[in-house]
Each structure stands twice: as C-alpha cells, then as structure tokens.
Design a protein around this ligand. Structure first.
Ligand code: URA
Length: 239
C-alpha cells in the first residue's frame, strides 16, 4: 500500500496534506525518513511514525452511531442519510450500516467496513438479538403480550417468540422493551400493530452484546477491541 494512502486513511489529513507531510520529512518508515509519497509499505508490519507519533492502522472500522430520527439508513439516498453523521472519519466512504433502522426510528446503529461480520450479524442463521425500547399507543395489559411471547402470525410471516417487558403503562401510551432475533421490514412496528397498540416511538438500545448506553443522539463511538472480539465470537468469526 502507498504511504500517502495509508496516512490519509489513518486520519493524518487529505491525500495532498499527507503528501506535504511526507515531502517535508515528517514521516519515518522503520526508523528511516521517507520523502516519497508513493513509497510502498505494509501497514500490518512496518513501523511508521509522523513527527514521532506511531501510526496505528486498523484494517477495519467498527463503530456505533446513535441514529436520530429523520435520517435514512443507507449509504446513498436523495434524502439525508446516516453517512452524514460519520463523514468526519477518513474512511467513511467504506463504512456501511449493519441492518436497518426506519427513518423515524432512533438508536443503536452498528457501522463497519467489515463485510463478513456485517453479513453474519444480519443473517437469520446467527439469530443475533436486538432490543428495542418502544412507546406504543394505549394501555397495554400483560395478557395482551402473550401472542408476542408465543410467536405472532403477521401478513406474510410468523414472528418468532420475542422477549417482552412492560416498563410503564398509562391510558394514553405504554413503554416496553422487546427483544427479537429476526429483522424483517418494520417487524417491531408490525408486531405491536397486530396486538392493537401501534408504535409511536422506537429506539434500538442493544445489538448482540453491544449496548447504546449514554451515547448522545447523533454521535458515534468506535467499539473497543474487546467489543469487536465479542461480536465476532457471537457469530463464530472468532473462537
Ligand atoms: N422494527 C421496526 O419496525 N423498525 C425498525 O426500525 C427496527 C425494527
């Protein structure tokens, strides 16, 4: 890989900015100053420094975004997409969202450049649990949740049994947590609509073992190495 490309991808500036850095003599490869931007390096092996700072190059990005409502989960659209919220990252063009949240939904959206992990996390075979906080219309009674817990027949498929917890209920609306291991189009909204309590608000709070926590709306954070390892283990990409 070219030295200038690696530095740009590792966040040291645009391609022309890093070329300037290199020509200025700020960059060393294995202890030697290299002034040629096209110099070939092996990002996995070569020790590279910029003004003495060790360059850490990760092959893939893994991050979670707290998606606000109003953004489309897609890499390209005529409307505002979630990519706007990560566009300060040097390699954001290679990122893509794992699974989908509706335009009006909020919460945890995993984004990565790792195609194999993304594929497994969304494949039904791996049954990755996803937890949503929902506010639904009307006062929900425990017994009304039975069909969701048993598996409910919808128009074109039967949703598998879900874990559901009633958190709060009032005359106007109720709050619940629901965990499903599938990800059909509008699945949670359709499940609650089917028991007569349409969803007014939906936020994903957990994906596999990864929790949204206190991440502010509209912001993202990189997963820790430990979190990435855990996710990979959940879909058997790591022992
Ligand atoms: N279920 C839905 O209905 N919408 C989402 O965005 C996610 C799950």
């Amino acid at each position: 890989m070219r030295l200038d490309r690696l530095l740009a991808e590792a966040g040291f500036g645009s391609r022309s900015e890093v070329k300037k850095l290199i020509r200025k003599g700020a960059v060393k490869v294995k202890g030697e100053v290299v002034k040629d931007p096209s110099f070939k390096v092996d990002p996995e092996r070569d020790e590279i420094t910029v003004n003495g700072e060790l360059v850490s190059y990760e092959k893939d990005y893994y991050l979670i975004l707290n998606k606000p409502s109003g953004y489309i989960t897609s890499t390209k659209d005529r409307e505002l997409t979630v990519m706007e919220l990560v566009s300060d990252l040097p390699r954001f063009q290679r990122l893509f969202p794992v699974g989908r949240l509706d335009k009006d939904a909020e919460g945890l959206l995993l984004m990565t450049t790792d195609g194999e992990l993304a594929h497994r996390l969304t494949h039904p075979k791996w049954k990755v649990p996803k937890t949503y906080l929902v506010e639904v219309e009307g006062e929900v009674k425990e017994e009304e949740l039975e069909p969701l817990r048993k598996g409910i027949k919808l128009k074109d498929f039967t949703a598998k049994p879900a874990e559901v917890e009633l958190l709060e209920k009032g005359k106007e609306s109720s709050k619940l947590l629901i965990t499903i291991k599938e990800g059909k189009y509008h699945q949670v909204k359709r499940m609650f609509a089917a028991i007569g309590h349409p969803v007014k608000y939906l936020k994903r709070v957990k994906f596999g073992s990864i929790e949204l926590g206190e991440l502010p709306r509209g912001e993202y954070r990189h997963l820790t190495k430990e979190e990435v390892k855990r996710l990979k283990r959940e879909v058997k990409l790591e022992p």
